[in-house]
Write a protein that binds this ligand. Structure first.
Ligand code: UFG
Length: 326
């Protein structure tokens, strides 16, 4: 297949580009490098540009006969989305629509969309299945839910088929050690914990220990980046084979508290580090765990690296490498 990966220079996109290449597919990355790195695109062709650039998209789609498009070029920080909703709606919704319009104009019918657990808001129950109501509590979650709706309407009107994958907590790194997470500023728990272990940070602060969970800290479902990417590939194969538009929740179905994660990180790294207790961070649900049985049943997805120890080991190998030159 020939695949356009939008946002292929970012954390998830760069792993996806590698997986597509290793599976024998032809990949072009389009990325404006606002949050990505050109040197993270190790495979296929790289085009620097923005999904809002209609003439660039027109040229790309005219010059290439794409079988499908994967979209990783969104802003992802919940807190920032509350401060700067316009930026989130512009990029995550309006610019995505420019991309979808270009696909429709050029008859490209298969789209894989990075959605999020944040579309559910504060969960009524866990694990969260696809029947759970979607009531986002921040602009980031709203922006992703709006695109899910646009995708249903575009299927109905234009026959554009899509698979939306609602990520829980994407984590870990390329098992070969070639790629990993590089966010500046880093806000995610696992890389921050590992920076504390490697000495790049003095400590890690737990944001709230008074939640309604067994040890009082938030519970999350961490999914290995390669397992996440393999679901995208299955989604694209499903669509190219004539499959219907779908939305799936994607996690391991295993919830770990922040304290449990820190204990496992200490074991995996063999390092002790200072853990501080801080205030709650705004907008954090106590517990987010996915029910991914539909994805497993319908697309045959099977996580290969489900254990948090493996996820942390791969992320730790990347941290050791990256801390030398990052
Ligand atoms: N946390 C800390 N200390 C830190 C950083 C994070 O205690 O220094 C906590 C958070 O408060 C949260 C947990 O660790 O309870 C996980 O936080 P992350 O920032 O790593 O991940 P989130 O669960 O907040 O966010 C993820 C995705 C978002 C998505 C969200 C869905 O990264 O893009 O899940 O709710 F929107």
């Amino acid at each position: 297949m020939k695949v356009l990966v939008v946002g292929g220079a970012g954390y998830i996109g760069s792993h996806m580009v590698k997986m597509l290449n290793k599976a024998g597919h032809d990949v072009i990355t389009l990325d404006n490098l606002s949050n990505g790195y050109k040197d993270a695109v190790k495979y296929g062709e790289f085009v620097e540009g923005d999904i809002a650039d209609e003439s660039l998209l027109d040229k790309l789609f005219s010059d290439n006969n794409f079988d499908g498009v994967m979209h990783f070029a969104s802003y992802i920080q919940v807190g920032e989305s509350v401060e700067k909703p316009s930026m989130y709606y512009r990029n995550n919704v309006s610019n995505t629509q420019v991309l979808l319009d270009a696909m429709v104009d050029h008859g490209v019918k298969s789209f894989i969309f990075s959605s999020t657990a944040a579309t559910f808001g504060e969960p009524d129950y866990t694990p969260i299945d696809e029947a759970h109501s979607q009531k986002p509590i921040n602009p980031y979650g709203h922006s992703k839910l709006m695109v899910e709706q646009i995708l249903r309407d575009f299927d109905h009107a234009y026959g554009l088929k899509s698979v939306s994958l609602r990520y829980f907590n994407a984590a870990g790194a390329d098992p070969d050690g070639e790629l990993g997470e590089r966010h500046i500023p880093e806000t995610h728990l696992i890389p921050l914990v590992l920076q504390a272990a490697s000495g790049r940070r003095d400590n890690i602060t737990i944001f709230g220990a008074d939640y309604d969970t067994p040890d009082g800290t938030c519970i999350r479902d961490y999914i290995h980046i390669n397992d996440l990417c393999s679901a995208h590939l299955l989604g694209l194969e499903h669509l190219v084979a004539g499959g219907e538009t779908k939305a799936y929740n994607m996690g391991n179905g295993l919830g770990y508290s922040i304290k449990e994660l820190i204990d496992i990180a200490k074991e995996v790294t063999g390092k002790d580090f200072t853990v501080l207790m801080g205030e709650r961070r705004d907008g954090d649900p106590a517990r987010l765990v996915a029910d991914s049985s539909l994805l497993q049943k319908e697309l045959g997805w099977k996580p290969e690296f489900a254990g948090l120890d493996v996820i942390l080991r791969h992320a730790w190998e990347w941290e050791l490498k990256y801390s030398e030159w990052g």
